[in-house]
Design a protein. Structure first.
Length: 139
């Protein structure tokens, strides 16, 4: 009985995180996955849906296309480099949608393409699996 009470209390505390905290956790998990050379883990922040969109130099429609893009563009941990986000601003649009704007920086060796940085805007949707990116515009 005591063990069950502890589990319920832990679940209650975990679910008491604000939407902004949950979204920031998704972004932090993405950085951690990226910095461990794990694109598939990084992609867990995106909604696994044919409606997911990535806008960069081209527009990619669907989770699978976005995943393929990342694997093609960053085929090795060296090409991935080390990722950092900065200037993150999370804005709740409703109970189930939020926007995030920020900047990214990749630290890479010259042979891996050199450092890269830019800005992004994301649209998050609260799904049964948690907050997921449904639209990513990165430049």
């Amino acid at each position: 009985m005591f063990r069950m009470l502890i589990l319920l209390l832990a679940a209650s505390i975990a679910s008491s995180a604000s939407p902004e905290q949950e979204i920031r956790r998704v972004l932090n998990d993405q950085v951690q996955s990226w910095n461990h050379g794990n694109i598939d883990g990084f992609m867990q922040g995106y909604d696994n849906s044919p409606d997911t969109v990535f806008i960069g130099k081209n527009i990619e429609h669907g989770y699978d296309a976005v995943l393929r893009r990342y694997h093609e563009r960053y085929p090795t941990p060296e090409k991935m480099g080390k990722l950092a986000f900065s200037g993150l601003a999370v804005h709740l649009l409703s109970a189930d949608y939020a926007s995030v704007v920020g900047a990214f920086h990749l630290t890479r060796t010259p042979s891996a393409g050199g450092n890269a940085s830019g800005i992004f805007s994301l649209l998050f949707h609260r799904t049964p699996a948690g907050w997921k990116i449904i639209l990513d515009h990165t430049s």
